[in-house]
Every structure is written in structure tokens, then in C-alpha cells.
Design a protein around this ligand. Structure first.
Ligand code: RP5
Ligand code: MG
Ligand code: MG
Length: 307
């Protein structure tokens, strides 16, 4: 998601707000553009919600940008890039990640994003809307994405690529009706290792319909599988809710059930933000919410699966 597309040149989700059109060459804040006049929009639904910040300028609201601010994490992943099993996201060259590489500076400014007039700026660039839109936090809004996988039909092979087909637990989002990974926001003070199974249980197993005792049992059962996760991605998400001043970042983990004996057996049931749930075959044809297809491509390559 080096140049975001899902949060540009469209109407803003769940509103009648039109984004100011931003061509590719004007995304970067470095490109001067005096005529850039995006509308400001912050959904009335998020104002005064416990998970949301106050408006900028409100008395006693003194956010510590780039820091863990009480329980609110205002640090950003942007500027770091995942290197999974030694596989960088771009192929055919051998860059010295995290170093000054000849004349190319590959060191990153981890956790920095521009602040203009006291307001954070989207680190990828312009989106055509100011304000927070549907997002609660100014700056980064942190989420976690659990990618739960199993092999299809005891490793069924796809004819054209001769590779086995991997399946992941996909949910259909209620908000956009797009299919997606069952991810969700990290609560203030919550550990990512707790968010991952919690969101999976809520959206794909409808844990909120269970008794408290049953929920505890379910999470205990998931604990084993979720203790063997591999990080797939951390960083900016090209989410349709992003604005010039608020954006999604995520940490995506893969939890793989190699022999179909743990989660592969559970019966899926949609809950919370999810309208439907199903095991879905991984392939390059998937059209998923936000940047989710990119994460799944990495997962397919990690397992030598069909893509
Ligand atoms: C995406 O939004 C993330 O990748 C994650 O899947 C999701 C979190 O937001 P909610 O599902 O809580 O709306 O950007
Ligand atoms: Mg959720
Ligand atoms: Mg969700």
C-alpha cells in the first residue's frame, strides 16, 4: 500500500461526503498543491464515544503524538516494513534493509508522521478528506488481523500452478459487505496477542452469544493455535475510512492448522461486525476489503500454496 487507492477518489463510507479527487502524482504531501481543498468530515457517530479522541483544540486534550499516551498507542508502524522469513515484499534486488545502502538510505523513521498545526498528517499522503471520518483516533488507529488457514480437502492441488490450495477464515463485513479478514481494533491497553483471538472468536465464532463460562473455554481452546502465529505484516492499511488526519494501521498474524485438527474442525458462525463467515480459497482473484489481499499473498508464498 505505498500509494493508497481505497481511500481516494470515492465517496466517504456511510456518508454523502465526496472526497476531493487526488491524482497519483499529488498524493505525496511533498507535491505542492495550493488548490487542494478537501472537505472536513468527522462522523457524528464517533463524537463523544469512549473509544474516540476529543476534537483538536479542546481544553485539556494534549495528545502525546508518537508515544504511548497513557493506554492510547499513538506510535506508528509506518516506516517499518515486514521481512518475513527473509522475504522482502519486492523481488529481484538485494537491498540492505535498515541500513544506508550505498547512496540509498533504507533506514526508517519508525513511528514518525508529520504534524501540521497540531494535527497529524496521513503518512502516505492526501486522501481528499480532512477530519477523522469514521475513525476514533487522530493519527494511527491500531487494529489486528488474524489470518487462520488450513489446507483444502487434504491438500487439493490447483491444476495451473500445481500448488496446494490454502483456505482462510473470511468474514463478510456488515459495513461495506466486502469479504475480509476477521480483524478489529486493539482496545486501549490491550495486548495484540489478546486482540487476535478475541476478534476471531467474536466475528467468526460468534462468541458474544455464548455464556461467560463458554467464552472462557473457547478462548482456552484457541490459545494453543494462536500461540503459534507468524507475523505477516505490520504497518499502514489502505482502508476506505482513512482521511488526511486519521488512518488504519494493523498487525497481521497467520495461524495455520496444518492437519485440520484444531480450528479446522470448529463450526463457524458469524457474529459482531460480521454478516457471514466461510472458509475461502486463497487466490490472486480475491477482491477483499482494504489491503487484505496483499497480506494473503504473503501467506500463500510463506506456505508454498497456490495464489
Ligand atoms: C482494517 O480494518 C484492518 O485491516 C482490520 O481488518 C479492520 C479493523 O476495523 P474494524 O473491523 O474494527 O472495523 O483496516
Ligand atoms: Mg470486531
Ligand atoms: Mg472487524
Amino acid at each position: 500500500p505505498s500509494i493508497h487507492t481505497k481511500c481516494r477518489n470515492s465517496s466517504y463510507p456511510r456518508s454523502s461526503v465526496q472526497r476531493f479527487p487526488v491524482p497519483d502524482e499529488k498524493v505525496s504531501w511533498c507535491a505542492s498543491w495550493p488548490d487542494y481543498k478537501p472537505v472536513s468530515y468527522t462522523s457524528p457517530d464517533i463524537l463523544d464515544k469512549p473509544f474516540a479522541d476529543p476534537e483538536i483544540g479542546v481544553r485539556n486534550f494534549e495528545p502525546k503524538w508518537h508515544h504511548l499516551d497513557g493506554e492510547v498507542d499513538r506510535r506508528s508502524h509506518v516506516g517499518t516494513y515486514p521481512i518475513q522469513n527473509g522475504i522482502p515484499l519486492v523481488r529481484n534486488f538485494e537491498p540492505k534493509w535498515h541500513h544506508l545502502d550505498g547512496e540509498v538510505d533504507r533506514r526508517s523513521h519508525v513511528g514518525t508522521y508529520p504534524i501540521q498545526n497540531g494535527i497529524p498528517l496521513n503518512p502516505v499522503g492526501r486522501t481528499g478528506v480532512k477530519g477523522r471520518g469514521l475513525l476514533g483516533r487522530w493519527g494511527p488507529n491500531h487494529a489486528a488481523d488474524p489470518i487462520v488457514t488450513r489446507w483444502k480437502d487434504g491438500k487439493a492441488i490447483q491444476m495451473d500452478t500445481q500448488r496446494p490450495i490454502l483456505q482462510f477464515v473470511a468474514i463478510q463485513r456488515r459495513d461495506s459487505e466486502e469479504w475480509a479478514i476477521p480483524g478489529g481494533m486493539i482496545d486501549p491497553g490491550e495486548k495484540v496477542t489478546a486482540t487476535l483471538p478475541r476478534e476471531f472468536a467474536e466475528e467468526a465464532l460468534n462468541s458474544e452469544s455464548l455464556t461467560e463460562k463458554q467464552q472462557v473455554e473457547l478462548l482456552a481452546m484457541l490459545k494453543d493455535l494462536f500461540s503459534k502465529g507468524l507475523e505477516v505484516y505490520h504497518g499502514y492499511v489502505d482502508d476506505p475510512r482513512n482521511t488526511d488526519n486519521a488512518w488504519m494501521e494493523t498487525v497481521a498474524y497467520n495461524f495455520h492448522d496444518e492437519d485440520g485438527t484444531s480450528v479446522g474442525r470448529l463450526s463457524l458462525q458469524a457474529g459482531s461486525d460480521a454478516r457471514s463467515v466461510q472458509w475461502m480459497d486463497l487466490s490472486s482473484h480475491l477482491a477483499l476489503y482494504a489491503s487484505h489481499s496483499c497480506f494473503l499473498e504473503t501467506v500463500a508464498r510463506m506456505h508454498g500454496a497456490h495464489w
